[in-house]
Design a protein around this ligand. Structure first.
Ligand SMILES: Cc1cc2nc3c(=O)[nH]c(=O)nc-3n(C[C@H](O)[C@H](O)[C@H](O)COP(=O)(O)OP(=O)(O)OC[C@H]3O[C@@H](n4cnc5c(N)ncnc54)[C@H](O)[C@@H]3O)c2cc1C
Length: 475
């Protein structure tokens, strides 16, 4: 095959694109990966890694600050020390994580040709990049997303997004956050804990509207108690840039303008599709990104898409499963639908909020017969010993015990949900989970405790009551 002809060309080298290119190469396809900047994508450079590093540093400070048995004056001194270097710590961790990544080695091992640049489509089999033409039997578009900048009067350069916030020399004295989704909420808590005065403005009646209502409301309450001022049901129409900082009017109840040194926009994402000239290939777009079917195929037979650029769930783990699905379907005749496995995600606040499958509201909307089973961390030994007894495990199951959804607000909920993802996928129900030993005292035991309610409810069902009566009469 000539040098510029490939079986598969992947466009975009982030979470989806790296997985797609490595998988295609590993299956023996002649593969090229075209990335416009540097391999790694949003998650590595400006998303997951820096945000989780900042949250972890902030949690450490908060733990020290709240420890009842430590001298608080020493703490404050230490806190100041950390604050001045925390952003540098974030930047060096991002670099360390990039160095630790095996992506470049894997691309090399599977002979994936990496090309730096921004290509544009000429037709459904050809792209052009810096006067060169490249042809492929299949394309997989994985160009990701960027912060959507809302149409707000008075907005001018100088505001922060997830792309430039990591360049701050230190946490700002004060911060206005527009948007109560995962990015806004995580950043609000992290900076608040690092000493920033944070006010968050959310257009809806709660934070994290895609999460379980009860748990999202509870998280909003906890964040407010911690000291973050949250304004609900407020849409920012205009901002004013001051000599130093920003002003937003018409948000607070008292009509006092909100003012802060920095303004963070976290009110949505838009698919990165500019410059690709997808029209030339006939690829259909929707308002949120590239339209794909359940097989990750676009409206054009040989063009596939995965990750944030489809505008579906915008998470790294989902980008990866979509990428694997697209590669398999591009290469093999037997097509498989993408299996979102309950589309789990976690918001990494403290406490964390994890989501799997349907919420209570969704079950009601769909008219699904279900029961809710809870275990509160307030009665959980491990959570108490860690001083983190907030939140609860909430499981939604059919009367048979089959899990339809699980939502956890609590310490390390992002780890705990993995057991339930597997259980839901493998149809392990409440009975089996409840019968499975969970080590004491671990946070994971909270999942087993939630199943106790199911057993209690089962024991009260008429059939079971009658059976028990029947057998007890015989003894
Ligand atoms: C602050 C923040 C925190 C996050 N935290 C989490 C988290 O904790 N967990 C989680 O699962 N997800 C998290 N996410 C979401 C996650 O980062 C994305 O879902 C994920 O990066 C999507 O992967 P992708 O491959 O679709 O896009 P990306 O990772 O953005 O990769 C796209 C790549 O395509 C390249 N590209 C763009 N246009 C072109 C072009 N025309 N030509 C060539 N290359 C191009 C880009 O340079 C980029 O490298 C977070 C996001 C943000 C912003």
């Amino acid at each position: 095959m000539p040098d510029k002809k490939f079986d598969i060309i992947v466009i975009g080298g982030g979470a989806a694109g790296l997985v797609a290119a490595v998988a295609a190469g590993a299956f023996g396809a002649k593969t090229a990966l075209i990335e416009k900047e540097k391999l790694g994508g949003e998650c590595s450079w400006t998303g997951c890694i820096p945000s989780k590093t900042l949250l972890s540093a902030a949690e450490l400070i908060e733990k020290l600050r709240q420890s009842p048995w430590l001298d608080s004056s020493a703490l404050i001194e230490r806190n100041n020390l950390l604050e001045s270097s925390v952003m540098e710590h974030v930047r060096s961790t991002v670099k360390a994580a990039a160095q630790a990544s095996k992506a470049a080695d894997l691309l090399k091992r599977y002979a994936v040709k990496v090309i730096i640049g921004s290509p544009n489509f000429i037709d459904r089999n050809t792209i052009s990049l810096e006067k060169e033409k490249y042809r492929a039997r299949h394309f997989i578009i994985c160009t990701g997303s960027s912060p959507a900048i809302p149409a707000i009067n008075g907005l001018e350069p100088g505001f922060l997004t997830n792309q430039n916030i990591w360049d701050l020399p230190q946490p700002p004295k004060s911060l206005l956050v527009i948007g109560g989704g995962p990015i806004g909420v995580e950043m609000a808590q992290a900076f608040h804990r690092l000493g920033t005065r944070v006010e968050l403005i959310q257009s809806r009646d709660r934070l994290l509207p895609r999460d379980d209502r009860e748990l999202a409301l509870e998280l909003g309450k906890l964040l407010a108690e911690e000291g973050i001022k949250i304004y609900y049901n407020r849409r920012v129409e205009a901002v004013r840039k001051l000599a130093k900082g920003w002003r937003i009017e018409g948000v607070s109840e008292s009509d006092q303008p909100l003012e802060a040194d920095e303004l963070l926009l976290a009110s949505g994402r838009k698919a990165n599709l500019e410059g690709l000239n997808l029209e030339a290939a006939g690829v259909q777009l929707s308002a949120i990104g590239i339209t794909v079917n359940d097989y990750m195929r676009s409206s054009v037979k040989n063009i596939w898409a995965a990750g944030d650029c489809t505008g579906n769930y915008q998470f790294s783990h989902i980008a990866e499963i979509e990428a694997k699905t697209a590669v398999m379907n591009a290469l093999f005749p037997l097509k498989r639908k993408v299996n979102y496995q309950g589309a789990p995600w976690t918001t990494f606040t403290d406490p964390e909020l994890s989501h799997l499958g349907l919420t209570e509201e969704e079950c009601r909307e769909k008219g699904l017969k279900h029961q809710v089973y809870r275990h509160s961390f307030s009665g959980d030994d491990r959570a108490i010993t860690e001083g983190k007894a907030e939140g609860l495990v909430k499981m939604l199951a059919k009367p048979s015990g089959q899990i339809i959804g699980a939502h956890i607000l609590g310490p390390r909920a992002g780890e705990l949900i993995n057991e339930l993802i597997l259980a839901r996928r493998k149809k392990i129900g409440m009975f089996e989970l409840g019968q499975t030993i969970h080590v004491y005292p671990t946070l994971g035991l909270a999942v087993q405790r939630a199943t106790d309610e199911w057993f209690a409810e089962l024991a009260g069902r008429p059939l079971v009551v009658n059976l028990i009566k029947l057998f007890s009469n015989r003894v």
